[in-house]
Ligand binder design. Structure first.
Ligand SMILES: Cc1cc2nc3c(=O)[nH]c(=O)nc-3n(C[C@H](O)[C@H](O)[C@H](O)COP(=O)(O)OP(=O)(O)OC[C@H]3O[C@@H](n4cnc5c(N)ncnc54)[C@H](O)[C@@H]3O)c2cc1C
Length: 365
């Protein structure tokens, strides 16, 4: 998506673009994610500004391309007990809370927005700015629209292997592609070409997540849903109230072991995409573990007040994340006319249109 959004920006600005993809179709993080255009937990400042700008861009592109499945569904985080409520109150008291559309709701108000939340909870944090797209089809839909332009060419099944001169790369078919600018948006593939160009000290790490998707719920889940464990991972919730929550109500052992939170969004077919875990240590597991899925199913069932529909798909995905959490993305000129853009982390789907816009502005496209 990061690469495709760069192509979008360049074509919109009247340039010719050749997009080179190693696979026959993209198979990376951009298809494996929740499709959450997630504003709620972003750190104040540059990160929040990028997410808000990106959401605006997504909405505009979504109006042009219905296949993205953009919807301004908002999110709800149901809260239980005084400690969780205190973290949400601190979030609502932030100076940038209105920009996020944060609001504390009673259970009745939350259920008026999302009647599928029949489980017990005491209050809910609403984020009006959160939105969603369909990750399995968004990139395809965007590319289909790009392909209508005579200025856009997609070259699948070719790996960029080498920089052979200013703005010139060679692919694994031996063909050389020359341009005014080459932008390498290689996702979490940080070895090979990227290591050669950026050196071994690239300030980006890889993170692996487990996900699942159910059969259709049989009713609308009108908002995205998070659990209060998400407070422990998103920077916007850092506060004395969060320290108190962590001290007095530590995470369940499985959730702590796999650094989990619940995020859930309904797909266009009615199924639920549910996750996630976070694995940082290498080598990554090559299989998916059942304990985290059991934990997620339990949390979802307690919020929905009903059994989870049968799980239809399980998968894992890997994203690249800047090791400095203050950086939205790692964008660096690695050779004359060649830029590397990677490391947007767990917000890359959200921020991709704004990241591409910033690259375009900085490079004077
Ligand atoms: C499970 C999971 C859930 C997530 N949920 C969310 C979410 O809900 N919201 C959010 O904002 N973010 C989310 N993220 C993060 C987000 O998905 C990523 O940050 C984003 O998709 C990264 O996009 P990308 O284009 O950089 O990488 P990718 O989608 O991985 O794409 C990189 C592409 O580059 C190609 N490539 C690599 N090297 C070469 C080469 N040398 N030559 C040619 N092609 C090459 C690859 O084949 C691949 O298609 C999630 C990530 C995961 C894994």
């Amino acid at each position: 998506m990061v690469g495709t959004m760069h192509a979008w920006q360049a074509v919109e600005r009247g340039h010719e673009v050749v997009q080179i993809e190693r696979e026959a179709e993209a198979r990376g993080a951009s298809l494996r994610n929740f499709g959450q255009i997630w504003v709620s937990g972003r750190a104040g400042g540059e990160e929040l500004e990028t997410a808000l700008r990106a959401r605006e861009l997504w909405e505009g592109i979504g109006e042009r391309i219905p296949g993205l499945g953009f919807r301004a569904n908002g999110s709800l985080t149901p809260l239980r007990g005084a400690c969780e409520l205190a973290v949400a109150e601190a979030a609502v008291a932030r100076a940038d809370s209105a920009a996020r559309g944060h609001k504390l709701l009673t259970p009745g108000e939350a259920r008026a927005l999302n009647p599928a939340l029949r489980g017990a909870f005491d209050a809910a944090l609403y984020c009006e700015r959160d939105a969603a797209v369909e990750p399995r089809t968004a990139q395809l839909a965007l590319r289909a629209e790009l392909s209508k332009s005579p200025n856009y060419t997609f070259l699948p099944g070719r790996e960029v292997r080498e920089v052979v001169g200013p703005g010139a790369v060679r692919d694994d078919h031996g063909d050389v592609h020359t341009a005014d600018a080459v932008v390498l948006c290689t996702g979490a593939w940080l070895s090979g070409l990227v290591r050669e160009l950026a050196g071994p000290e690239l300030p980006v790490r890889r993170v692996r997540l487990q996900m699942m998707q159910t059969e259709p719920l049989g009713e609308p889940l009108t908002t995205s849903v998070a659990d209060a464990d998400s407070f422990r991972y998103y920077p916007a919730y850092a506060s004395p109230a969060l320290d108190e929550l962590n001290a007095r109500r530590p995470q369940a052992p499985t959730a702590a072991e796999h650094r989990m939170q619940l995020l859930m969004v309904q797909r266009a077919d009615g199924g639920l995409t549910i996750g996630d875990t976070h694995e940082y240590e290498h080598p990554f597991a090559f299989d998916t573990l059942e304990d985290p899925y059991d934990h997620l199913a339990e949390v979802v069932e307690s919020l929905l007040g009903r059994p989870l529909p049968r799980v239809r798909r399980r998968w894992a995905g890997v994203y690249a994340q800047c090791t400095d959490p203050g950086r939205v993305v790692h964008r660096r000129r690695v050779r004359d006319g060649v830029w590397l853009v990677t490391g947007p982390g767990g917000r890359g789907m959200t921020c991709s249109p704004a990241i591409a816009e910033t690259t375009a502005n900085e490079l004077g496209w």
